[in-house]
Design a protein. Structure first.
Length: 319
């Protein structure tokens, strides 16, 4: 599967131009800027799968660090050609992750198995403490973006988001992996006890937040974007199984396919976002609950079997 296939729908929008360019290719980036003259850059390009960063970190260093540096340099060169007024309205929006903050206290470690409400959350002022090659590379890219603002005046904004999920997500991620494995009758692998906690953010809510930040965010600010949905991994998997039991019933329960595997090295125990700055300053709130977003996601995978089959026919083998 190529990136073009996921972007086929863009042919319906005559204002959209697609260029497939390596983020580390300085010459091609310069051409794109010169040819298309953007009013803003939203930098989402990244290697993002933690497991792959552990077994092979080179691509993460190259794309997330060198790629961000290259894009910043290309943007600076273009930005310096703009008029004074155009410079003032231009934005470089860098999209990052909550994983740069490391992890947070877990309720099981506090003697409280019922609620996370009193436990701390990641704020925009939380110190960085990345745990994996992936999160370390993203932390490095965040620092580069802030340096280009302070040193060169490039108008940058950073957002750090929680775990995304939704349609078109590649099945190396937990939710699509579980959906597709469950439907194929395969085991549903859970790291450790499955008690790792993540905050889940539906992809369309994230997209709305990113556009809000681009249009109304303040230069030099960081904004945390979260879904207000702290869930243990095992809760997520069981919720998927329960929905599939209703939508695609079979002779046994899907939860019977759950299996527990050895935890990955350095696995963060808990992430949780305080998104109050987004709410208070930019009037953004997620529109989907975890329950509504998860059901929409599962339904999308069920009505797009050709997409799922094409992914499975490629080099990806449900790792």
């Amino acid at each position: 599967m190529t990136v073009h296939e996921n972007l086929n729908f863009l042919s319906n929008f005559n204002m959209v131009i697609h260029e497939q360019v390596d983020i580390c290719d300085r010459v091609e980036l310069a051409r794109v800027f010169t040819q298309h003259k953007p009013d803003a850059v939203m930098h989402l390009a990244a290697e993002s799968h933690v497991d792959r960063s552990i077994t092979g970190s080179t691509d993460f260093i190259q794309t997330n660090i060198v790629g961000t540096y290259t894009l910043l340099e290309a943007t600076m060169e273009y930005w310096n050609t703009l008029s004074t007024d155009a410079k003032k309205t231009f934005r470089f929006h860098h999209i990052s992750t909550d994983e740069v903050y490391g992890d947070l206290p877990h309720p099981d470690e506090q003697g409280d198995h019922s609620s996370n409400k009193e436990l701390p959350l990641f704020t925009e002022d939380t110190a960085y403490a990345p745990s994996s090659p992936y999160s370390a590379s993203k932390a490095s890219s965040d620092h580069l973006v802030r340096a280009w603002l302070r040193t060169y005046g490039l108008p940058t904004i950073i957002t750090n988001c929680s775990n995304n999920y939704g349609p078109y997500q590649f099945p190396e991620k937990l939710i699509p992996l579980v959906i597709m494995n469950a439907l194929d009758g395969k085991l549903l692998p859970i790291y450790g006890k499955g008690d790792q906690i993540r905050d889940w953010l539906y992809v369309e809510d994230h997209a709305r937040a990113l556009y809000k930040v681009l249009r109304a965010g303040k230069i030099g600010e960081t904004y945390n974007i979260g879904g207000h949905n702290e869930k243990r991994n095992i809760e997520v998997v069981k919720a998927i199984c329960s929905i599939l039991d209703i939508l695609v019933p079979k002779g046994t329960l899907y939860a019977e396919q759950i299996t527990y595997v050895t935890d990955r090295p350095g696995h963060d125990r808990r992430y949780a976002i305080d998104a109050s700055k987004m709410s208070n300053e930019l009037n953004w709130q997620p529109q989907e609950t975890f329950e509504t977003g998860l059901r929409k996601t599962i339904e999308w995978y069920l009505i797009n079997p050709a997409w799922c089959q094409h992914v499975q026919d490629g080099s990806y083998q449900s790792e």
